[in-house]
Design a protein around this ligand. Structure first.
Ligand SMILES: C[S@@+](CC[C@H](N)C(=O)[O-])C[C@H]1O[C@@H](n2cnc3c(N)ncnc32)[C@H](O)[C@@H]1O
Length: 268
């Protein structure tokens, strides 16, 4: 038998005694804001420790990807500050995905953005990364029935499917050599469905030593993309990194080979 939850809620709302009992019941079983404060405090300590293990002590080796659970918790806790802009890339990519799309996420890292931003509307997401530790972490912490995580070198191995509606390449192209990225962009261009969109992001300007190529300006990024795609749109955004005076400039792109697809995504 299907329970009509909205009807029950309406009935409880409409009766002062039932409403007070429901309120007291919720507090008794699930706790008050005091419990929330305590739980948040515990979680805050936990995520600070996750951050230290990953970045400071490097217990899983030198990190090439972020554990987004730390910043997502900071967002919940109201401490992310301007770090919120590091999530722009995920919203921009998610906006492109349509119901039932097949998505490829190249260099998926910990899979946190794959699961939260790319999988909800997609029919299926193939999420690939060259690092065993990334795939292991993603499969353990960010699994979903419509995501297949796979260890794969995007330069030298074939993609899991021949075509995709959306291909996401967030924060990864700088980790490829110039030759490697030219090869991977060529593969992406031929794997894009006729009305497909290729989107992604990378920092502009100086970067860490695990970056194998650096884009001095947004135009450098545009030129590289224009070698493989008929239509290229780019833009950039500057934001300060948390706990640092350094400002990050992030370049974003959307590319297609089909006519009109990028215009459809523009605001009218
Ligand atoms: C900075 S992380 C970005 C992770 C995630 N996309 C995000 O936006 O947070 C870059 C990822 O690219 C992966 N990567 C580097 N070279 C690769 C290659 N040849 N094939 C697949 N993944 C690669 C790295 O292992 C790393 O996890």
């Amino acid at each position: 038998m299907k329970i009509d939850k909205p009807a029950i809620a309406r009935a409880v709302r409409g009766n002062a005694v039932a409403r007070s009992l429901a309120h007291l019941g919720e507090l008794a079983v699930f706790g008050s804001s005091l419990r929330e404060k305590f739980a948040r405090g515990l979680l805050s300590q936990y995520y600070r420790s996750v951050f230290r293990r990953h970045w400071a002590w490097q217990v899983y080796g030198e990190p090439h990807f972020s554990l987004h659970s730390v910043s997502l918790f900071d967002l919940l806790d109201g401490r992310l500050g301007q770090g919120i802009y590091s999530l722009t890339r995920a919203f921009l990519s998610a906006e492109i995905i349509r119901e039932g799309d097949h998505v490829l996420d190249i260099g998926c890292g910990d899979g946190a953005l794959t699961r939260r931003f790319y999988a909800p509307r997609a029919a299926h997401v193939d999420a690939v990364d060259i690092e065993e530790s990334a795939i292991h972490y993603a499969a353990r912490h960010n699994a979903a029935p419509n995501i297949s995580y796979r260890k794969l070198d995007a330069v030298n191995e074939p993609f899991p499917r021949p075509t995709y509606d959306v291909i996401v390449f967030d924060g990864a192209i700088g980790h490829f050599t110039r030759e490697g990225s030219a090869a991977v962009l060529k593969k992406i261009s031929s794997a894009l469905a006729p009305r497909g969109v290729f989107c992604g992001s990378e920092s502009i300007g100086p970067e860490g030593h695990d970056h194998l190529q650096v884009f001095a300006t947004l135009d450098d990024l545009r030129s590289l993309l224009a070698e493989q795609f008929r239509h290229v749109r780019v833009k950039q955004q500057e934001y300060p990194l948390q706990a640092s005076s350094w400002k990050r400039i992030e370049g974003y792109w959307r590319c297609s080979n089909g006519e009109g697809r990028l215009e459809e995504l523009d605001w009218k």
